[in-house]
Design a protein. Structure first.
Length: 394
């Protein structure tokens, strides 16, 4: 898989439309985690060095085609300006005469950030007219938004029908790191899966069932598998309609001698709060109004033992409700164990990265930290990503 690299493009004095993924957390109008902004800096700096006129595009949240004040990109423009030490002009629209006039007046080396692309219905619909309007603003299109490369949206996919398209350095790094995992990898290979929904994890699990030596499963995801094994899960978050799928995955793993590790003990509580009263109990004792909110001490030790013996680790999704202190220990121990493992470690998913930074662990402790959750999962399950298709060398 070879990408048309931004290095091969003639950028000087060109209007370069760059699709980045600045879908970052905000609190009181300020960026609280700039990991995704930092990830696109090599591409932005390359464009600056080559005297391009840089027009950045990003979405934020899910405004569903409506303008939402809380999801405007002004705080992001401010943060990027602070990081770069130079002005980043935020525009109030994505298209229109006003936007065109601002871009026509740009000098090489200047940066503008268009408004949230998802304020426009044409974005998620990949509307042909919206694609044309965006494309009219630039001479070249560069995609550097791996986190949403699985979306067939106008600013990610459709725009490439009208402009020469290239991949930025972030996209290249992601594709190279993840492509290696599709080949032979050092064994034992361990997949750690958490989070809430089984639907997004099915493809990866099935694709790696014949390759992985261990699956470690936690979070709300584990509750569905526990229910599939016949355990009561009380009032815990789980997906009753996915129990049959969970049974199929476990049967496939057994048939291929893979080890599928579910929690044997869990942290339960009747409420979700920072001072909730908790119990660490065997899974079989879960009942009534109990909510399973983390893996228990024995399970943590088992997971740590498997992680320590692994040579390749893929981790997507926290194994408990880490945001609340009483339910954070499972994810904390997994994060530390993976960081300390003598192995190639691939981490993905916004919640996973948020958990790691929440615990104060440096991201460079891991071999590769993917900026994509869903995109990483789809790539590893072998599904074609629209945002990658458009920049592949034919």
């Amino acid at each position: 898989m070879k990408i048309r690299s931004i290095k091969t493009a003639d950028l000087k004095e060109k209007r370069v439309l760059v699709r980045v993924d600045f879908n970052v957390p905000l609190e009181n109008g300020k960026v609280t985690d700039d990991t995704r902004i930092q990830a696109s800096l090599p591409t932005i700096e390359h464009l600056l060095e080559n005297k391009a006129k840089i027009i950045l595009m990003s979405h934020l949240g899910r405004p569903e085609g409506k303008k939402v004040d809380e999801l405007k990109l002004d705080p992001i423009a401010k943060k990027l300006s602070e990081i770069l030490g130079k002005p980043v002009k935020k525009l109030n629209d994505c298209t229109g005469d006003g936007v065109k006039a601002e871009i026509d007046a740009m000098n090489p080396g200047e940066i503008v950030l268009l408004e949230n692309t998802r304020f426009y219905e044409g974005e998620t619909d990949n509307d042909p007219e919206f694609c044309k309007q965006l494309a009219a603003l630039g001479d070249i299109f560069v995609t550097d938004c791996f986190g949403v490369a699985h979306r067939k949206h106008a600013s990610i996919y459709g725009i490439a029908e009208h402009l020469p398209a290239y991949g930025g350095f972030l996209i290249q790094k992601e594709v190279e790191a993840l492509s290696e995992l599709m080949k032979e990898t050092p064994r034992p290979l361990t997949i750690i899966m958490g989070g809430a929904k089984i639907e997004t994890k099915i493809g990866l699990m099935k694709n790696f069932v014949s390759k992985a030596d261990h699956f470690l499963v936690g979070g709300g995801l584990a509750n569905t598998f526990l229910a599939a094994e016949g355990f009561q899960v009380g009032d815990s978050l789980y997906e009753p309609d996915k129990v049959e799928v969970a049974q199929e995955i476990m049967l496939e793993t057994d048939a291929l001698d893979g080890e599928f590790h579910l929690p044997t003990d869990v942290i339960v509580a009747d409420e979700i709060s920072d001072d909730a009263k908790t119990l660490d109990i065997p899974v079989r004792d879960t009942e009534g109004s109990m909510k399973i909110l983390d893996i228990g001490r024995n399970t943590i030790e088992k997971f740590e033992e498997v992680i320590k013996s692994s040579k390749t680790i893929i981790w997507n999704g926290p194994v408990g409700l880490f945001e609340k202190d009483p339910f954070s220990q499972g994810t904390r121990h997994v994060a530390i164990a993976v960081a300390n493992a003598d192995a190639k470690t691939i981490i993905g998913g916004g919640d996973t990265i948020e958990a790691i930074t929440h615990f104060g662990i440096e991201l460079d402790k891991y071999t590769h930290v993917s900026t994509g959750g869903g995109a990483m999962l789809q790539f590893l399950e072998g599904t074609s990503l629209p945002g990658i298709e458009i920049i592949l060398e034919k």
